[in-house]
Design a protein around this ligand. Structure first.
Ligand code: G4P
Length: 534
């Protein structure tokens, strides 16, 4: 029997720079896979909340989730991402919440630009589902290291080998087991912890310890149990098939440690925290121009990955969520917004725990601080102590839903244009203008984003709007090294062309077939699905 080495020692936790104690991560999953349950369990296991059950949006008054929008409350979902910061084992963990509903917004994607790692939760009965796949692809764009948590092993589901096969096949991602389940569903009898080299029952009681897996063949209580023997056999097959753990490959985003567990029963949750703490990456260098920003850089830098207005209905405030990339930020510091060139004194920065906030006196790379402002900060902005650095990789995504905005009250054109511009700056929607004609066109990534848009334009600007289809389903930014060729394309496609807020040309197509056709007809033109926000 082969026993692959998992004995990767965690980096020693002495003489660390403060930023090296940060773990900034998100949980990605398809709705119902168990993300909320797991979040509660992680927070409870780290001692950050008294009991599981406090995070759930559905719980009402005691909810720790942001519940600032009526729509969220009505639907019992969290539309916008929030942040939960908590301590564990000498580390500061920043969990960025990505919405768990069945729809997407660009917020979800952009939140992933602010994390260093992700936990991918998969329902053992369902395997890889559509939204896990979408979110995974965004992580892959940035090579974000992923820890895989296969949830609900207390229920019948696909076998561990089937699941591993499916994940490897659909995601083209190498996996290596860290916790292996002993049976599933009614047979579920505990798990083998390949790191600590021990066998535990579902309650976490140690049943046996080993040096090499073969040693377990001498433990009578275990070998008498056919479920255990079968688990050992499949583990051996998995190990023969899969690579061993390698910290560097994990940090490069090419190898994912896999844990089987049950969020509901609290099984494997402590080990998941351990995996994140011991192996999870510290803040990574941030892609930027003219050069990436190392987290050890002494000067403060950060970028806005999300702006949220009206978190507190009584204050009508607007908060920019900033991910710090380097330096030691202190309250009261003056920072420059590189886009506008303007300095601002950051006197009321905040840390978050769900909807609770407190003043942030100090923060380092990896931390998320909220900066209240009145529209001076937009998604994608870089803040520095003066240096002209621009963080890159904060994308707009090609909208999947494209609509003309209809104003029901023609007297309110001015308010509507302000509303759409403000909300586009916040990243709630993208706004396009026709190259011919004066239509206002909005583009969003998911249906819910459209609903949020009309609800907010009505509530915050007093302008009722409706949307109508233009017959376009696909949008692509178009670029070409040959400027004349681009001009020819735009002239030929006049009726299908719009401009984004920065004046960049965007080609609209009726459907994927027409988009492909245009690509074939115009081979020199690049059709882009993402575009940097600058
Ligand atoms: P989400 O945030 O990913 O959408 O999922 P959520 O945690 O809300 O979990 C979805 C459902 O799956 C919930 O049941 C939850 O109790 C259940 N669940 C989560 N983890 C496990 C697990 O490890 N084992 C089992 N058996 N079930 C699990 P529900 O009935 O839809 O909601 P509720 O009425 O229990 O709140």
């Amino acid at each position: 029997m082969s026993t692959q080495s998992l004995a990767i020692e965690a980096a020693p936790r002495t003489n660390l720079e403060p930023f090296q104690t940060r773990r900034t991560f998100a949980i990605i999953s398809h709705p119902d896979a168990g993300k909320t349950t797991l979040t509660e369990r992680l927070l409870a296991a780290a001692g950050a909340i008294q009991s599981a059950g406090m995070v759930r949006g559905k719980a009402g008054a005691r909810s720790t989730r942001s519940d600032w929008m009526e729509m969220e409350q009505q639907r019992g979902i969290s539309i916008t991402s929030s942040v939960m910061t908590f301590e564990f084992d000498g580390l500061t963990l920043n969990l960025l919440d990505t919405p768990g509903h069945s729809d997407f917004s660009e917020d979800t994607y952009r939140t992933l630009t602010a994390v260093d790692a992700a936990i991918m939760v998969i329902d053992a009965a369902k395997g890889i589902e559509s939204q896990t796949l979408k979110l995974f692809e965004v992580c892959r764009l940035r090579d974000i290291p992923i820890i895989t948590f296969i949830n609900k092993v207390d229920r019948e589901g696909l076998s561990p080998l089937e699941l591993i096969d499916e994940i490897q096949g659909k995601l083209a991602l190498d996996l290596t087991p860290v916790l292996w389940p002993i049976g599933q569903g009614v047979d579920f009898g505990g798990y083998i912890d390949l790191v600590e080299k021990r066998v535990l029952n579902p309650q976490g009681k140690i049943l046996a310890e080993y040096e090499a897996l073969e040693d377990l063949l001498e433990v009578e209580e275990l070998i008498d149990n056919p479920v255990f023997m079968s688990a050992l056999e499949t583990l051996e097959m998995a190990q023969a098939m899969l690579p061993g753990f390698d910290l560097k490959t994990f940090h490069e985003g090419h190898l994912s440690p896999v844990l089987f567990g049950s969020a509901l029963k609290g099984v494997s949750v402590a080990e998941l925290l351990r995996t994140l703490g011991d192996w999870g990456p510290e803040p990574r260098p941030q892609p930027a121009l003219p050069a990436p920003i190392p987290p050890s850089d002494k000067k403060v830098s950060g970028f806005v990955f999300k702006v949220q207005a009206n978190m507190d209905a009584n204050h009508r405030d607007r908060i920019a969520f900033v991910r710090l990339c380097s330096g030691k930020f202190e309250r009261g510091m003056r920072l420059k917004n590189v886009r506008s060139g303007k300095d601002m004194a950051v006197s009321n920065p905040m840390f978050f725990f769900g909807s609770n906030r407190e003043l942030a006196e100090e923060a380092v790379a990896g931390d998320i601080v909220g900066i209240p402002n009145h529209g001076t900060l937009s998604v994608g902005d870089t803040l520095t102590e003066g240096a002209n650095i621009n963080v890159t990789g904060i994308p707009n995504f090609a909208p999947e839903i494209i609509r003309r905005v209809r104003l029901t009250d023609a007297m309110k054109t001015k308010q509507m244009s302000k509303a759409l511009n403000d909300l586009a700056e916040e990243g709630v929607t993208q706004v396009f203008r026709r190259m011919m004609g004066a239509d206002w066109i909005v583009g969003v990534v998911g249906q819910l984003q459209l609903e949020v848009l009309s609800a907010r334009v009505a509530k915050e600007y007093g302008v009722p709007i409706t949307f109508e289809s233009l017959g376009f389903e696909v949008a692509r930014w178009v670029e070409c090294e040959d400027a004349e060729e681009l001009k020819r394309f735009i002239a030929a496609q006049k009726t299908n062309m719009v401009e984004d807020r920065n004046g960049a040309p965007v080609f609209l197509a009726q459907n994927a077939w027409w988009a492909d056709r245009a690509k074939q007809d115009w081979p020199k033109i690049d059709f882009l699905t993402t575009k940097e926000r600058h």
